[in-house]
Design a binder for this molecule. Structure first.
Ligand code: ARG
Length: 443
């Protein structure tokens, strides 16, 4: 029974939150006269001493005492006697754990949102350096159109900015209601002041329904959903870093500090950090699915099933912290091979769209006809084993007699990216303007 029932092995992570909640509860009990001021003072001193014990590693955690709440309460009574036994008046472990866990998740949300901002700073910095660094852009992972490395990195800044927003939106909902004082499930007959404890713990107010207060965990689900989406975004960059650092691509190099060697193949520089960011996404998404499954079909209100809410959340928070730190480090560290990227950007007939657009502008062809003419020119170039820039004007005129020398002005990747000035487009000037916007947003 003890082995399946005890949670102290993992929920002791919430000891600070448990003490904070108890201090707020004791202050309220004294304020409304449920316990004496002398009891409250003894509780305060006792909890401070226990915090020091835990901090120093001297605290003896006991599995027999089940969870963090009973461990701390038992030690308090051991230290201060009678007063310690009064602390649990008008409260239950059901509202206590719901409060502690919210406080823990709230701190994790703040920490992760700050890390996301740091990651965005890294993207913005590198995007500024590489606003004009041309690279191939892909759809279907096939060469599509030339883009810039800066524009590519800022795409991730956008994703992470929404991830940060999602985290803060979830935080606002988590913080709306404090469960403390809902007691076991139906509230209490004691004249408590739940507004006071809610304010002391930084919540907007007390939870309006005591059954919901002790029985709901959607704040943790939302947290995990926000974590899983962010990890999913990071996994896409991680996959790109794995591709880019492969010598066959050779777009980017990572320093020795962020790669590993092989014990047998001396030439290897493995992008383990990127692989782990990609891989940890699995466990973070697993934690979300796990919690949804734990709560699915659970009749109101509290049931011990809900004790299974914590490990996945702790693990997801820690995993995402690592993923964000590793990503920011890789983004700051990576050295793009500007020459190889530019050369690759010129391959795969990547400026075919620019050619079709030129036919529309200069020869007034309808876009569908221009698309067809361009297709024939690409086929011809492919047959001859050259890029579009390798065709002579005579060869082009065999396909469309009105084509003139002006066409060469749009066939280079540099001309292609410079021309894409539409709002949100890849032109280096656009990227520089976006960098300036990001600097303001982050300030
Ligand atoms: N360890 C429990 C949990 O994490 C605390 C709440 C226990 N409540 C109860 N009625 N047994 O959920």
């Amino acid at each position: 029974m003890q082995a399946i029932n005890a949670s102290v092995g993992f929920d002791r992570k919430m000891w600070r939150q448990d003490i904070r909640g108890s201090l707020a509860h004791a202050a309220m009990l004294a304020h409304v006269g449920i316990i004496g001021a002398d009891d409250e003072a003894a509780i305060r001193d006792g909890l401070a001493a226990i915090a020091a014990e835990i901090e120093s590693g001297a605290f003896a955690w006991s599995e027999a005492l089940e969870d963090v709440h009973m461990n701390i309460e038992a030690r308090l009574t051991e230290r201060i006697g009678e007063a310690g036994k009064r602390l649990h008046t008008a409260r239950s472990r059901n509202d206590q754990v719901a409060t502690d866990f919210r406080l823990w998740v709230r701190d994790a949300m703040d920490g992760l949102a700050a890390q996301m901002e740091d990651c965005i700073r890294a993207f913005v910095q590198r995007a500024e350096e590489h606003a004009g660094t041309i690279m191939p852009g892909f759809t279907h992972l096939q060469p599509a159109q030339p883009t810039t490395f800066g524009h590519h990195l800022l795409a991730y800044a956008e994703m992470l900015w929404r991830d940060r927003g999602r985290m803060l939106d979830a935080r606002a909902r988590l913080n709306a209601d404090c469960p403390l004082g809902a007691a076991a499930m139906c509230g209490t007959g004691f004249p408590t002041d739940r507004h006071m404890t809610a304010a002391a713990l930084g919540f907007d107010g007390p939870a309006r329904n005591s059954l919901d207060a002790v029985g709901s965990r959607d704040f943790a689900m939302e947290f995990l959903a926000a974590c899983a989406i962010c990890a999913t975004h990071l996994s896409r960059l991680a996959e790109e870093i794995v591709l880019w650092t492969n010598p066959a691509w050779g777009f980017v190099k990572l320093g020795d500090g962020l790669t590993t060697g092989s014990s047998i193949m001396p030439q290897k520089r493995n992008p383990d950090a990127a692989e782990l960011v990609r891989g940890k996404t699995g466990r973070i998404t697993g934690a979300l699915v796990g919690l949804l499954t734990v709560v699915k079909g659970l009749a109101l209100t509290y049931a011990k099933d809900l004790q299974e809410d914590k490990e996945g959340v702790f693990d997801a928070a820690e995993s995402l912290t690592l993923c964000l730190a590793a990503t920011a480090a890789m983004v700051r560290d990576m050295t793009p091979d500007v020459g190889r990227m530019a050369a690759a950007a010129g391959g795969g007939f990547s400026t075919a769209t620019d050619l079709a657009d030129w036919l529309v502008r200069e020869l007034k062809l309808p876009f569908r006809d221009a698309h067809h003419v361009t297709g024939r020119l690409v086929a011809k170039a492919e047959l001859m084993g050259v890029e579009l820039t390798g065709l002579t004007i005579m060869e082009m005129r065999e396909v469309e007699p009105r084509i003139h020398e002006g066409v060469f002005g749009v066939l280079s990747p540099a001309a292609s990216v410079a021309s894409r000035r539409s709002f949100g487009g890849t032109a280096p000037d656009n990227v520089r303007a976006q960098v300036a916007g990001w600097r303001e947003r982050l300030a």
